[in-house]
Design a protein around this ligand. Structure first.
Ligand SMILES: Nc1ncnc2c1ncn2[C@@H]1O[C@H](COP(=O)(O)OP(=O)(O)O)[C@@H](O)[C@H]1O
Ligand SMILES: [Mg+2]
Length: 240
């Protein structure tokens, strides 16, 4: 009998999780049983969907808000911690700029927001900026730039981590500018950086392009400043 159920599921393109463990469903009526079975399948699909979103986002490491401390972050009045944690700015297609020195928790926060956005059904892409630029340059060289852009166009939130850590080639900078322009008012961007705006010229070379990028990023954006000492140093396991 079970093999026939399995065959039916296969034909209907329903995963075997649909009926596996049905013996454990407690129900007094047929309707109750059927309802429980369908509810379980919905829950399963939700988990599969979230896992797919997390995988596509391609986070370096998965981080959450659990244990995350906010006291060293200067949060502008335009946004609340609750709204950040609920990734509400993604609905508004607003941007977040996380600025501060290394080890202060920028990547952690960007990732935790991204993970939460995935949990809420949003499509996220996480890149170290240098890697994004490399991928863009490669895509262009291989004639696959359109395809690459289509991937970015599909997402609701683009995270560019370590923005400005390494200067880009001129070509790379132009491609990054294209990405930022494409995202403008269409999807949210989170940038983590240790470089103040006045120094962005150094990574983009071209003054006009730098101001155009800054302009697009800071319009509809919230700037969070990370003032604290390096969390890594403070919580270092090396005893001096
Ligand atoms: N406010 C914080 N609360 C909890 N852990 C933190 C906090 N800030 C940083 N960390 C931890 O310290 C390490 C460095 O943080 P990270 O986000 O990589 O810093 P940054 O990106 O600013 O260089 C990570 O392991 C991170 O989980
Ligand atoms: Mg970082």
């Amino acid at each position: 009998m079970e093999s026939m159920i399995e065959a039916c599921c296969k034909q209907l393109k329903i995963g075997s999780t649909f009926y596996k463990g049905y013996q454990n469903i407690k129900a007094d009526t047929h309707e109750q049983f059927l309802l429980e079975l369908l509810k379980r399948e919905l829950e399963n699909r939700e988990i599969v969907r979230k896992n797919r979103l997390l995988k596509t986002a391609n986070f370096d490491v998965v981080k959450t808000f659990q244990g995350y401390t906010w006291d060293q972050i200067q949060i502008p009045p335009s946004i609340s911690i609750e709204d950040i944690k609920a990734a509400k700015f993604v609905e508004q297609k607003a941007n977040l700029i996380l600025y501060g020195s290394v080890g202060t928790g920028k990547s952690h926060l960007a990732t935790a927001i991204g993970v939460e956005a995935c949990n809420r059904g949003k499509r996220v892409k996480f890149y170290r900026t240098a890697s994004l630029v490399n991928q863009l340059t490669d895509a262009k060289a291989n004639g696959e730039l359109k395809r690459f852009f289509r991937q970015i166009e599909k997402c609701d939130l683009l995270i560019c981590d370590e923005w400005g850590f390494v200067p880009f080639e001129k070509n790379g900078a132009q491609l990054l500018f294209q990405v930022v322009s494409e995202c403008y008012e269409r999807r949210s961007v989170i940038i983590t950086t240790n470089l103040e705006f006045s120094k962005w010229n150094a990574i983009f070379y071209d003054e006009k392009m730098t101001s155009a990028i800054i302009d697009r990023l800071i319009h509809h954006s919230h700037l969070l400043v990370f003032n604290g000492p390096s969390y890594r140093l403070q919580h270092s396991t090396i005893n001096c």
